[in-house]
Design a protein around this ligand. Structure first.
Ligand code: FEO
Length: 172
C-alpha cells in the first residue's frame, strides 16, 4: 500500500505526462501546418509515448491499491517561430520532467518506499534518452540552418520513426 504523499505525487506526475502528450500533439499539429510531415510524425510518436508514460503510472497506482485521480491539463502552446525553437522547447520541457522524476525518487527514498523507487528507475533511464533525442535533433537543425534541402532530408528521416509500445498488452 502506498503512502498518501507518494500516491499524490504520482497522480501529479500523471498530469505532467498527460500535459507532455498534449504539448507534443500540439507540436505535431504545428509541423502539419507548415508542411513538415516527417517532423509531425516524430512528434505524434512522442505524443503516444507520453500517453504510455501516464498509463504506466496509472497501472502502478492501481496495482498498489491507490486511487487514480485525474487533474486538469493546461492548454499547451500552439505556435513556434521555427523547428529549432520547437526542439529547444522540447529539451527544456524534458529537463523539467527529469526534475519531476528526480523529486519523485527523493520522496520514495524519504518514505523508504522501495517498490516505488524501483518502479521509477525506468523513468530515470527514459529521461536520459528523451533529453538525448531532443539534443541530437537540435544539433542537426543547427547544422541545417536555413538550408531547405537539409531540412527536407531531416524531415524525411524523422518521418521514418515508428511507434513501439514499451508496455505489455495487459497494461495497455
Ligand atoms: Fe514522459 Fe518525455 O517524459
Amino acid at each position: 500500500m502506498l503512502k498518501v504523499e507518494m500516491a499524490d505525487a504520482l497522480n501529479d506526475q500523471i498530469r505532467e505526462e498527460l500535459f507532455s502528450a498534449h504539448l507534443y500533439l500540439s507540436m505535431s499539429a504545428y509541423f502539419e501546418s507548415i508542411g513538415l510531415k516527417g517532423f509531425a510524425n516524430w512528434m505524434m510518436i512522442q505524443y503516444r509515448e507520453e500517453t504510455e508514460h501516464a498509463m504506466r503510472i496509472y497501472h502502478y497506482l492501481v496495482s498498489q491499491g491507490a486511487r487514480v485521480r485525474l487533474q486538469a491539463i493546461k492548454e499547451p502552446q500552439s505556435d513556434w517561430a521555427s523547428p529549432l525553437e520547437v526542439f529547444q522547447a522540447t529539451l527544456k520541457h524534458e529537463e523539467h520532467i527529469t526534475d519531476c522524476i528526480n523529486k519523485l525518487v527523493d520522496i520514495a527514498e524519504e518514505l523508504k518506499d522501495r517498490a516505488t523507487n524501483n518502479f521509477l528507475q525506468w523513468f530515470i533511464d527514459e529521461q536520459v534518452e528523451e533529453e538525448e533525442n531532443a539534443r541530437q535533433i537540435i544539433n542537426r537543425l543547427k547544422l541545417v540552418d536555413d538550408n531547405k534541402n537539409g531540412l527536407f532530408m531531416l524531415d524525411k528521416e524523422l518521418g521514418q520513426r515508428q511507434f513501439v509500445s514499451e508496455m505489455n498488452n495487459n497494461n495497455n
